[in-house]
Design a protein around this ligand. Sequence first.
Ligand code: HEM
Length: 390
Amino acid sequence: PYPLYAELRRTPVVRDEAGPYLVSTYWEVRGLLHDPRISSDARNLTPEAAEATGQEQDPNLPPSFLRLDPPEHDRLRRLAMRPFGPPHTPRRVFEMHGELAGIVTGLIDDLRGRDSLDLVDDVSYPFPVTVICRILGVPREDETHFHEWADTIAAGLDPVGTAEERAAKMQAVQQARRDLAMYLAGLIEERRHAPRDDMLSALATEHGPDGQMSPVEMITTSVLLLIAGHETTVNLITNGMLTLLRHPDVLQRLRTEPDLAVPLVEELLRFEPPVQMLPQRTTLAEIEVAGTVIPKGASVYLMVASGNRDPQRFADPDRFVPDRPDNQHLGFGHGLHSCFGAPLARLEAQLALTELVRRLDAPQLVEDPPPYRQNAVLRGPRHLRLAIGG
Ligand code: HEM
């Protein structure tokens, strides 16, 4: 997609036929992510945008805080952060370091004796899924149920396709969302009666200065966390290993310099971001962006992956520079919706990549490019086959 983005950036704001406005340059995307005149609320989406991105309103299931504006967004994000995040996030994530390292090294060591692997099935997918299940308190054995629901919901994000395809997709997404909500509602109910040391129990039982989430809010929040913890980090790890294999000098450096993992993961989030665009914004007023007037009520796609390659912001943007200074990429978004799970996702990717290069002797790509998932929002290989010579 990157040559296409370069083409797009020649006009920072373009309208896609009669549809959405595409914003593709760094400063304009970042400015809009901080602009209160642009809404994330799913209930403000135009019917076309709602259908394109699988967000048609379900009367029984209000939006999660990802798709709400202040003040509702802020109240729910704060409540969700309490068990999970600041002021606890850095400490909590730091405390999990050993446990996370144990999970990923276990997965890699299980490959011993094999001469090939699929990085997605063997490491990139099971690692973050095991972690988010542990944090939430969702039994990992139930994955057979929710894997498919999570996949269907993620596929729904893709705004590309014919009208019939999109209508069918929206029905499937709604059903998957309802099934997943019912499943999590059952678990939350169990935890309310018998709390454990996990996040579902904390959501179900804790009270704070902001009160407590309503039962429906607990469900929409846990659906959000399970999906977000599922569909993104897998791509960061897979895109990361693919990029390292294409840059053997960097792979070799990481073997001997594990501290490189920190800036390297930031550069990956710039260079190959798992979330390529944010297609669910609507203008609440007329906004002028780089000389183009976007009217009130218009659907706007923020092309974050294109902003990450904007030469006005990043020197030599198409080059992978593992220790790039001043790397304020848009891979986790920016502003009030910026990624809630960023500290966890960063640590997972740093650990996975460091352990992969340390523990696999001479990994080799079997096909380049590998097969990609068909999704304009989420970028990552569906499979990444590697030869590892036993
Ligand atoms: C929001 C990317 C991992 C939870 C976001 C946004 C991006 C993003 C771009 C902004 C969306 C917007 O502005 O509309 C990523 C990437 C990840 C990742 C690239 C992995 C590499 C995670 C994980 C979790 C998570 C592991 C949960 C544990 C969330 C939540 C939001 C969010 C709850 C909504 C925040 C809000 O609306 O205030 N993420 N994410 N993410 N992410 Fe992540």
